[in-house]
Ligand binder design. Structure first.
Ligand code: NAD
Length: 500
């Protein structure tokens, strides 16, 4: 772990090189139009760089480069062991540059430097190395046939993958896509969010250094409408993988239907319920987890524990414990290693979250903690951790994904009611429950309509298990060997053994 002090990080922030060009076919290039957009830091509003603002013509170039590299076989046709060694080298380079990667992430989207190091960079390294290690351990199948024929079931790379990722975990979400896509032999055009393009560009640099051939990983910074959409509509993109909002995810399904029926895999939004029964094993621990579950990463987490369902008999006591646990989460300068809550990604998102806080008050919820903008750094984007109680399941803050540090506490009377409220959402990404009763734990976990369920903690999981959503939280899975399914087609080859 880094021993750098606040002063060290501030000094490094003044010196770090900010990548700003697109990566197409192994070359660093401006957008063909010459357009650029300002990449701002939400820490203090300063302009970090003018970044290439890629458009349809740049998408054309990148997809052509990806296609040419795929067809040449320079990566797609290599032995698994070669791809494995290259991805492991890639992981080692991420490790070498971990401070720089964490700093770029923190400057670009405002997350605490300690979290960027401990979570974003560490998990990206783990994803790249785990996936690399897995490549030469995946086998095909032989069908259960009679003696006169042989049926081989193999997986082949899809071809050209468009990967569109969000700003809340920019590097990690990009890595969750590019690691399995590369492992299975695809070529990629990666479009990071316009709010956080920097670490994706740095990933492009490290991919080249690791030995991934030119054209296999292309990185196009740009806006959703002008760079993402041409990628989604492109007739020569075979698969589109996306992490982002449900609204955009649905639109991408339409784009596939309007173009070439490309495979589309979506990781979208959430409104995750965290259910605390009166027999939770340790209320203090449950309260700390409830606070971390919503306030970690400023609440900008798809699995944020944004709905806290508390059994009525412990409601008041538990809400007080959560408010107490939230006191350590006051926003501070993100580059201070002691900071546990940083800046919101930008001014637009800050205003959006503040408007939900206003709406909660209009709807009649009671403010328990926070509720205002904070200013630990001048011109930055900060919001206090905010807790509302007396929230009804019908209130806007109980239904819409806020993607900010706002907790909605909802009381319940019995297990059946808790389940009804928990599942009464268009989303199904994650859910948690706290109880000492093992039978209840299994019973409730089974009935929760969510891709991940946590019992007596929040946000468990690593590369060994799949991650993704039910319902409008998406389809397909990231992480684990299940991730390979999104990047491959299944082929059945039949060989006649009877004649000849
Ligand atoms: P967003 O949907 O606004 O943007 C995501 C990406 O899509 C960005 O790169 C954006 O430029 C691009 N985009 C926007 N409009 C587009 C269009 N018309 N065509 C093509 N691309 C377009 O989401 P966001 O605000 O960046 O991220 C927050 C959302 O991401 C939240 O809803 C959150 O829950 C979700 N998220 C989900 C997961 C998960 O694993 N399920 C993880 C992280 C974030």
């Amino acid at each position: 772990m880094s021993k750098k002090t606040f002063a060290d990080w501030l000094e490094l922030a003044g010196k770090v090189r900010i990548p700003n060009l697109a990566l197409i076919n192994g070359e660093w290039v401006p957008a063909r139009s010459g357009k650029q957009f300002a990449c701002l830091s939400p820490i203090d509003g300063r302009v970090l760089a003018q970044v290439a603002d890629c458009q349809a013509e740049d998408v054309e170039r990148a997809v052509a480069a990806a296609r040419a590299s795929f067809e040449s076989g320079v990566w797609s046709n290599t032995k698994p062991v070669h791809r494995k060694k290259t991805l492991i080298k890639f992981a080692q380079l991420l490790e070498r540059d971990r401070d720089e990667l964490a700093l770029l992430e923190s400057l670009d989207m405002g997350k605490p430097i300690g979290d960027a190091l401990a979570v974003d960079v560490s998990a990206s390294i783990r994803c790249m190395s785990w996936t690399g290690e897995a490549i030469d351990k995946v086998y095909g199948e032989v069908a259960a046939t009679g003696p006169d024929e042989l049926g081989l079931i193999t997986r082949e790379p899809l071809g050209v993958i468009g990967a569109i990722v969000p700003w809340n975990f920019p590097m990690l979400m990009a890595t969750w896509k590019i690691a399995p896509a590369l492992a299975t032999g695809n070529s990629i055009v990666l479009k990071p969010s316009e709010k956080s393009p920097l670490t994706a560009l740095k990933l492009g640099e490290l991919a080249l250094e690791a030995g991934i051939p030119p054209g296999v990983l292309n990185v196009l910074p740009g806006y959703g409408k002008t760079a993402g959409e041409p990628l989604a509509l492109h007739m020569d993109v075979d698969g589109l993988v996306f992490t982002g909002s449900t609204l955009v995810g649905k639109y991408l399904l339409e784009c596939a239907g309007r173009s070439n029926m490309k495979r589309v895999y979506l990781e979208c939004g959430g409104k995750s319920p965290n259910i605390v029964f009166a027999d939770a094993p340790d209320l203090d621990k449950a309260a700390e987890a409830a606070a971390m579950g919503i306030f970690y990463n400023q609440g900008e987490v798809c699995t944020a524990a944004s709905r806290l369902l508390v059994e009525r008999s412990i409601h008041d006591e538990f809400v007080a414990l959560v408010a107490k646990a939230s006191q350590i989460m006051s926003p501070k300068h993100p580059l201070d290693p002691s900071t546990s809550m940083g800046a919101m990604v930008d001014e637009g998102q800050t205003r959006r979250v503040l408007s939900y806080i206003e709406r909660a008050q209009q709807d009649g919820a009671a403010l328990v903690h926070g509720g205002a903008r904070a200013e630990p750094v001048a011109n930055g984007c900060y919001i206090e951790p905010t807790i509302f109680k007396h929230v009804a399941p019908t209130h806007t803050i109980a239904r819409e994904e806020i993607f900010g540090p706002v907790l909605a506490v909802i009381p319940f009377d019995d297990e059946a009611q808790a389940l009804r409220i928990a599942n009464d959402t268009e989303y199904g990404l994650a859910a948690g429950l706290w109880t000492r009763d093992i039978t209840r734990a299994h019973r409730v976990a089974r009935k929760l309509r969510a891709g991940s369920v946590w019992v007596n903690y929040w946000d468990g999981g690593d590369m060994t298990a799949p991650f993704g959503g039910y319902k409008q939280s998406g389809n397909g899975r990231d992480k684990s060997l299940h991730a390979f399914e999104k990047y491959t087609e299944v082929k059945a080859t039949w060989i006649n053994l009877a004649d000849g």
